[in-house]
Design a protein around this ligand. Structure first.
Ligand code: AR6
Length: 177
């Protein structure tokens, strides 16, 4: 397991299914309608149960790069933070990077406001939204480096990779110790 300390936060990378991860807040890679879907979104709603979607329907959607919380239903977490990453656009790579960074930053801000001490992230936008893993990994580590020092109450961030391919890409982009 890879671990880095950023500010007062320990960032750990693990491989696995985020619906089984114990954390105060689990981040969902949602769509802007907060309507549920496939991938990690589908897995979170299946495992967490229908209460999460019922709450999502009352939130009025979520802009790309923003994040909104609900309770976590049956998941081993207190909250789900639904964030919307960008659909990767190679012709507007800088805008994609800004929006992906914003999704992570806003999720951390919302988690801190809720009082979460631990937050688990999937690889937002790296599935059907098509973000190249290596590029996403650079954005994620850079955003964590910029954001976490301002949120010392977040003790732990878990980066949960579904497969070894993603794990390797994020590991390659990790800051040196
Ligand atoms: N645990 C951890 N990671 C997972 C899991 C899981 N159970 N399942 C998939 N992943 P994606 P996106 C990984 O497509 O690209 C949905 O339909 C997956 O391997 O879930 O942000 C939403 O409703 C990949 O690395 O999210 C949106 O419409 C990463 O999670 C759209 O997909 C993200 O893949 C969002 O697309």
């Amino acid at each position: 397991m890879l671990a880095r300390t950023i500010g007062r936060t320990v960032v750990e990378m693990i491989q696995g299914d985020i619906t089984t991860v114990k954390a105060d807040a689990v981040v969902n890679a949602a769509n802007s309608a907060l309507a549920g879907g496939g991938g990690v979104d589908g897995a979170i709603h299946r495992a967490g149960g229908p209460d999460i979607l019922a709450e999502c329907r009352r939130l009025g959607g979520c802009a790309t790069g923003d994040a909104k919380p609900t309770s976590a239903g049956r998941l081993p977490a207190r909250w789900v933070i639904h964030t919307v990453g960008p659909v990767y656009n190679p012709l507007r790579a800088e805008e994609s990077a800004r929006l992906l960074g914003s999704a992570y930053r806003r999720s951390i801000e919302v988690a801190d406001q809720l009082g979460a001490r631990s937050v688990a992230f999937p690889a937002i936008s790296c599935g059907v939204y098509g973000y190249p893993l290596a590029d996403a990994a650079d954005v994620v580590w850079e955003t964590l480096a910029q954001t976490l020092p301002g949120h010392p109450n977040i003790e732990k961030v878990l980066l949960v990779q579904f497969n070894m391919h993603a794990y390797d890409a994020y590991e390659a982009a990790a800051p040196t110790e």
